[in-house]
Write a protein that binds this ligand. Sequence first.
Ligand code: UDP
Ligand code: MG
Length: 151
Amino acid sequence: MRERTYAMLKPDGVKMGLFPEVVERFKNVGLEITHTKEMVLNEEILKEHYAHVADKPFFPELEKYMLSGPVIAMIVEGEDAVNRVRELMGPTNCKEALPGTIRGDYGSKDDETCRTYNVIHGSDSLENAEIEVNRFFPELKKNKTLKKAIR
Ligand code: UDP
Ligand code: MG
């Protein structure tokens, strides 16, 4: 099924200049990045985005990481986009991520930070993809409403 998903190059990935590499890897499996923007997150949007881990002991470190510099937000479209992006990323823990995956190739291999500094985010389900696209690209939703109002 053709889907759209939300992906986000995290601050370490942006600092390493990985955006062109990610675009290339997505393109190679037939995925297209339809929208992109660089943005600096704040505590509010981060807490919302990471609500499922907000009570975990690692959350302060995750917050420090995600607020340490700009991220690049992306909407990615293509066949089976949600799972395809997750496959290209590799698992959360970069030490478990195989070479050839983005996290395996560029994520932290340090025991202390390999679960946190993992370069890229991708939505984990179609339902969350829609929520995350709307969270990080609210202006697209507004445009739609505006178009409807004009029509
Ligand atoms: N994370 C962490 N320590 C952990 C698990 C997760 O710092 O033990 C961070 C990591 O950056 C991860 C994010 O929290 O990407 C969200 O966790 P999730 O379980 O949703 O992993 P993901 O879907 O990103 O693979
Ligand atoms: Mg997740």
